[in-house]
Design a binder for this molecule. Sequence first.
Ligand SMILES: Cc1cc2nc3c(=O)[nH]c(=O)nc-3n(C[C@H](O)[C@H](O)[C@H](O)COP(=O)(O)OP(=O)(O)OC[C@H]3O[C@@H](n4cnc5c(N)ncnc54)[C@H](O)[C@@H]3O)c2cc1C
Length: 403
Amino acid sequence: MALPNYIDLAIVGAGVQALTLTTHLLQKRAKYYHKFLAFDPSQTWLSQWQQQFAAQQIPCLRSPAVHHPDPNPHQLRTFAEHRHHELFPPYDRPGTKLFHDFCDEVIRRWKLEDKVYRGKVVDILPIKRALHPRFQLVLDTEETIMTRRVVLATGSGKMQFPDWVEKIPLNYPSETLCHSQQVNLNQLKLTGERILIVGGGLSSGHLAKGAINLGATVTLMTRKQLQEKIFDADPGWLGPKYLKDFHAETDWYVRYQQIQQARNGGSMTPEMMLQLRKASHEGKIQIEECCQVREAHWQNNLWQVGCHDGNKHQFDRIWLATGTTFNTKEHPLLQNVLETYPTEIVNGLPVLDEHLRLPKSNFFIMGGLTALQIGPVARNIHGGKMACRRIVPAIIKPSLAIG
Ligand SMILES: Cc1cc2nc3c(=O)[nH]c(=O)nc-3n(C[C@H](O)[C@H](O)[C@H](O)COP(=O)(O)OP(=O)(O)OC[C@H]3O[C@@H](n4cnc5c(N)ncnc54)[C@H](O)[C@@H]3O)c2cc1C
């Protein structure tokens, strides 16, 4: 595909949230088909998602069957008519393969196969003027394109590391200390190895299970007690139950606190908890709750780890399932744009208008960075759907447009 000089809408990223946006846009305005393009280094939809599920050998989603990129909430259940065994209780959570096949079908049905242009966006330059303000996108291939609107949908945030990691001398083999996003279980042989996994979220559980299956023994260390929750945030955050008061709150810092409290660090599903307890009884995993690493160093081909309780341990590998953070000030594509369209930033999150735009601009944001408006599920599949309800009208209704 040749890159046009100009497009009405450029979507940066081709993940689940971007796909959700395109289907919702086309449902409301089929004619918009020729007016947008998504940009992603992979040139395909959902590459990051597929890679993460494969690397951590995740058997099924955490979210229910009604959460998916198609505008019709029942579409996945209809698609699974003859594949009911791939919907898992509770709430019919789709198996990984079923979800992938469904998303492929969504891409086909909405004719989106050729709507992703290969390229990493390395810069976004706002061209501000009274009439027809624009953005110029610069790709890693040095190609450029002018666009009227941008939707930033770059996803997963920045890997978060505990403080003690920064103090480790750099004399260790890099593959022995990884963030959970860097671990690929399919490429490892772990027989007889001892692995420390830090963090109490579901990724820790998936990696622990995977490592045990590969013949390792695991120590799972969490700052707090392990929390058991079906979803990462209470379903009340998907609708008015909690969102009514959240949206009525005018103090952004209070909203930020509410988001933190709702997510409250990581949590495990009851199903994962059961599997970990079983593995613990079998001596394959040791679960150290309310325990923190104080320092670690690489010596004699092993990690020597000292904890705050004074105990010392040795491991072959350390995996940090310590999550990601969303920070406007650290997003490489936001710096130029914020200079032209400044906004208040609250603990890293931008204050956006009700259509998720930087104020007075045609620059929209999706994903975790929209949590002050969307709430604690902003980064999830359903958060993308909630974002579409705000973004799509501002794109298709001239009365809501800027510039
Ligand atoms: C292991 C895991 C399991 C999850 N399971 C669930 C679940 O079951 N249910 C749920 O609701 N949520 C789940 N989530 C949360 C969330 O839905 C996913 O993180 C999802 O991938 C977010 O979609 P996204 O489109 O925002 O980001 P991504 O899927 O990460 O997509 C972003 C895309 O942007 C591209 N990109 C980044 N920078 C650039 C750039 N500069 N130029 C061009 N392209 C760029 C990337 O290549 C990527 O393809 C899970 C998250 C993880 C990590």
